[in-house]
Design a protein around this ligand. Sequence first.
Ligand SMILES: Nc1nc2c(ncn2[C@@H]2O[C@H](COP(=O)(O)OP(=O)(O)OP(=O)(O)O)[C@@H](O)[C@H]2O)c(=O)[nH]1
Ligand SMILES: [Mg+2]
Length: 248
Amino acid sequence: MGPAGSGKSTFCSVALEYYRNAKRSVHLMNLDPAAEKFEYSPSIDIRDLITLEDVMEELDYGPNGGLLYCFEFLMENIDWLEEQIGEYTDDYLIIDCPGQIELYTHIPIMRKFCDILKTSFNFNIVGVYCLESQFVEDVTKYFSGVMSATSSMFNLELPQINVMTKMDLIPESQRADLENETSPKYFMLNKAISSLINEFSMVSFIPLDITDEDSVAYVLSHADNAIQFGEDEEPKEPIDDMDDGQEE
Ligand SMILES: Nc1nc2c(ncn2[C@@H]2O[C@H](COP(=O)(O)OP(=O)(O)OP(=O)(O)O)[C@@H](O)[C@H]2O)c(=O)[nH]1
Ligand SMILES: [Mg+2]
């Protein structure tokens, strides 16, 4: 999840490719009823159930009301999802979400959807919040990005990792200074909020450079940790390994 254009779909397709190469059983679901095209072909697509375009046309809704209608429709037709998820219940499912952040920050709909995934389908979930690196250049934007990521964390009550996307676009030397770029009127408030965030380690961002495989692996290892991926697998047979070692 994350704001419009923050690189969610790109991240999803990079993750899909990475896991496929790692021979993991992985699928991708598109949860954006307004999506037009992406670089991957989703295994599950909400647009097979309902599209924003149809809702807007037939019910005369605007884009935001229409989006909520699509989600409510999905909840009411959860049998459809059950059928789609079918045999995937033991697999890894990447879900590409829409860019309207109100879905994560205050409207309870995404939370409801995640609850269904947890309780009815038994998934372990990690929320991945994408914020684009351009936010680092403008500190006031960065600040509001941090607040929206935090708000989503509180609202969804899921393990969440925050990812700073598009790092390939940022030269390392670029830094911003909070005090110089905001009005002195807000200095005390900003200072209080940033120390709250720092002291409680509430929000931190993992940089993602999709052109660097190690960076992709690092971000995904955080996601694996959060969902305890592989922890229910049988441990390897250490005895065999030791025998091999001794024989050599
Ligand atoms: N250079 C660079 N561009 C990126 C990266 N990730 C995404 N982009 C570009 O940013 C734009 C938006 O990327 P998407 O992945 O579609 O973003 P999104 O968050 O899915 O957007 P919405 O679904 O519309 O909210 C596209 O033009 C991408 O090519 C990245 O890591 N590096
Ligand atoms: Mg997208």
